[in-house]
Structures are given as C-alpha cells and as structure tokens.
Design a protein around this ligand. Sequence first.
Ligand SMILES: O=C(O)COP(=O)(O)O
Ligand SMILES: [Mg+2]
Length: 226
Amino acid sequence: MTDAPPLTIDVDGTLTDGQGAIDHRTLPALREWPAPVVIATGKSMPYPIALCHFVGIEGRVVAENGGVVAVADTDTLQFQGDREAALAVTDAYVEAGYSLGWSEVDFVNRWRETEIAVAREQPLEPLESIAADHGLEVVDTGYAYHVKSPDVSKGKGLEVVAGELGLDPAAFLAIGDSENDVSTFEVAGEAVAVANADDAALAAADRVTEAAYADGFFEAIGLDPA
Ligand SMILES: O=C(O)COP(=O)(O)O
Ligand SMILES: [Mg+2]
C-alpha cells in the first residue's frame, strides 16, 4: 500500500469482536501496517504495551484516556491527570455505599496510575456528582466509567506521541468507537467510527463504517481481512 497514514487505534469496540476479545486477524494487520501505529485506549498501560509487544510493533501507546503516554523508541513515559483526586472521588463513592463493581482482586485499576475506572453496572449519577465536586469528570467508554481530569484526553496524548515521532497529528487516521475517542478524532486528520460506535463518536467522525467491531477496523483502513 502506498501513502498509508500513521494510525491511532482504540482497542475495546474497535480491535475486538462483540464479546470483547481481540480479533486475531487484526494482529498481523497491525504488524504489517507500513506506517507507525499508536494504540490509544482507556485501559491501563500494561494492556496496550503487552498488545504492542505480542503484535511485534514498537510500544507507542496512549493509555488511561491520555493519562499515560509511552513511546518506547524515544524512551518517553509521561503522566497527566490527578490520581489523588480520582481516588478521593471513588473513596467518597464507596463511602456513600456504592461499589466500584470489580472483583476483590481488581485488575482493572491495579496498574492504573492517573484515573480510576468503575464498572458500568454501578449507578452513574452519584459518581458524576461526586466527580464534579472534585473538579473531575466521568467518561463512559461503553466498557467502563472512567473518573478522570477533564483536561486529559487521548487526543492530547496523541499530540505528544506524534511530536515524539516527528509526525504531524493531522497525518493520522484515527479509528474508534466511543466518546473517549472524540478527542483523537478532533486531532487526527481523518476520523473513522466503526458501526457499533456510540453517538458521540458517530457525531465526531468524518466517516462511519458499514461493518462493526474489527470488521469495521478493516473497512476503515481499506484492508480485506480474509
Ligand atoms: O478501557 C475502556 O473502558 C475502554 O477501552 P478503549 O478506550 O480501548 O475502548
Ligand atoms: Mg473503545
């Protein structure tokens, strides 16, 4: 392929199937993509770093919705956000009788360094109101509620990664599925929402694929997954 753009790709809902598993066909596609690939996710850093490692690409990662930026080839590791404030919010939420909704051994938050995630089965309204009291916001990715600083975003993270790589963020093709991808959609030159995307991502996208989940990812990059 000629003139392949650098990619910034969301994970859950975009590289996965409808059950949340990574679609295995995406792995060689990511490895063989002829331009840089940045994984931009709400998950904590070990998940996308491991994904890059096992795919066999450089670890170029925006994690925690922009709270953590890692660029392995330029020895970059940056943190944004207010972890203490996020902890104060979830402590107050638990104090008020609610639960984060994860198992006792909480792998969702264990390696999280700048924000806190709450299971979507938990009541949203009190979480939002406590977050607002602390100057934070709650982002619903469709997979979890993330309590985060409003000035942290995947899009700002992408700008940092692009700067490290000597690329213009506007050169990127962004692909995603939810409101935590809107900021990358705004920073990237072209933004594609997969068909299963939420309203915020659909509204912010330049194009929407006909196919959902990883099939939508393939459609967005113009590759036949077969
Ligand atoms: O961690 C989440 O809640 C969603 O992750 P994603 O940004 O890769 O879709
Ligand atoms: Mg997603």
